[in-house]
Design a protein around this ligand. Structure first.
Ligand code: NAD
Ligand code: ZN
Length: 360
């Protein structure tokens, strides 16, 4: 019975508000072990030569590392960063601060774990394989939707699989939510990452794992998503609301699961490198059978914001690639069970998945 009652960590500290980024220096100060133990800032390289870099409270031997979010994080990349930090500094860092979208947040979580745990990040992909406390780590989102700022996972592409390091040590020790940081996000990206949040809500609220805990967060998040994507509100308000929608969406899936779009998007990501947000959208548009109301609203949102999803993504796949994609998707058992119930294998077959993938 204890399996039913999972004892989840939550982010213990959070700052919220426009301009709150400037409190970072004060937040970090008491966490500094001494002047030789640096704060390492992992920052999306989209901020290179921007004012944000100058606002980073870098002192002593702190280091700012610019990282591209072009591709989703890989275990090899995490290992290389850890090695670089270990070789450059004689002491373990005082903290790791991730500044960016889901890609940079996941990178920061993984580096914080791997600085205290031996071996390669790929050895910890799975559930509760981490056994040592990670380094103090802070998450500062600059685009809203993934919920990576609240989750206890960091999704990594490894040599064998795309899978999260799910552990109690993954969750951030501190999150800083400053809606102004999302100002420069390009419209398409805003939509795709925002839809990740919307799809978290739909998959959580329509899943068999739903409970009052998840529902309370999922309903709030969905309400905020509707305001952001279907109503005409001020841009500043929209940024604030989407940031909180992401937070609640992430909390909603903590105690339930995602569903069909996420399972199939994992397949697209693994075989074609399609990114999480757009991958979810590409799949979700064809899931009216599973989420009729959710897909209808999604179509409205696409139309309102003049978003044209790319076509023909799966057109040139070989049979082997298609099979791999299907195998990866079907491997996400908890997601299917949440979406379709214990008998999911009788509902969803490789053939059915193929039909959906072929439309994408
Ligand atoms: P992202 O971090 O991949 O960034 C997307 C794009 O937006 C990048 O080009 C980036 O440079 C740009 N960008 C970010 N902030 C910007 C800003 N303020 N101004 C201009 N451009 C900006 O996007 P994402 O959708 O947030 O993250 C996707 C990643 O998150 C995937 O790797 C996925 O696996 C992961 N993810 C993790 C979790 C989790 O719980 N850990 C959940 C969902 C997704
Ligand atoms: Zn997601």
């Amino acid at each position: 019975a204890s399996e039913e009652f999972r004892n989840f960590p939550m982010v213990p500290r959070v700052v919220y508000g426009k301009g709150s980024f400037d409190t970072l220096g004060d937040i970090l100060m008491p966490k500094r072990k001494h002047s030789e133990a640096p704060m390492i800032y992992l920052v999306d390289d989209v901020f290179e030569n921007t004012e944000l870099i100058n606002r980073i409270p870098s002192i002593f031997c702190d280091q700012i590392v610019l990282i591209s979010a072009e591709e989703e994080p890989k275990t090899g990349q995490v290992d290389a960063l850890v090695k670089m930090i270990q070789e450059k500094f004689t002491e373990l860092p005082s903290g790791i601060i991730g500044i960016g979208g889901g890609t940079l947040l996941d990178m920061a979580k993984a580096v914080a774990i791997m600085l205290t745990n031996k071996g390669s990040a790929s050895e910890y992909q799975g559930w509760d394989l981490v056994n040592k406390q990670s380094i103090y780590h802070v998450g500062i989102p600059t685009i809203s939707g993934t919920g990576a700022e609240v989750s206890r996972t960091t999704v990594l592409m490894g040599p064998e699989k795309k899978l999260g390091i799910n552990s109690d040590y993954t969750t951030f020790d501190q999150v800083l939510l400053d809606p102004d940081l999302t100002k420069g996000v390009p419209k398409e990206q805003w939509f795709y990452t925002g839809m990740d949040c919307y799809i978290h809500c739909i998959e959580s609220l329509n899943g068999t794992f739903l409970n009052a805990f998840s529902q309370s967060y999922g309903e709030k998040s969905l309400e905020l998503c509707k305001e952001v994507f279907l109503e005409d509100i001020l841009a500043s308000e929209s940024r604030e609301k989407l940031m909180m929608a992401s937070w609640h969406g992430g909390m909603s899936i903590a105690y339930s699961q995602v569903g069909v779009a996420h399972a199939m998007s994992y397949g697209l990501g693994y075989v074609l490198g399609v990114k999480h947000g757009i991958g979810n959208c590409l799949v979700f548009q064809y899931l009216e059978e599973f989420y009729p109301e959710g897909v209808a609203l999604f179509n409205k949102m696409l139309k309102k914001h003049n978003i044209e999803l790319p076509k023909g993504i799966c057109a040139n796949l070989s049979n082997t690639e298609m099979d791999t994609m299907i195998t990866v998707a079907l491997g996400m058992a908890p997601l299917w069970e949440n979406a379709l119930g214990e008998q999911w294998k009788s509902i969803i077959t490789p053939k059915k998945l193929k039909t959906i993938y072929q439309k994408i």
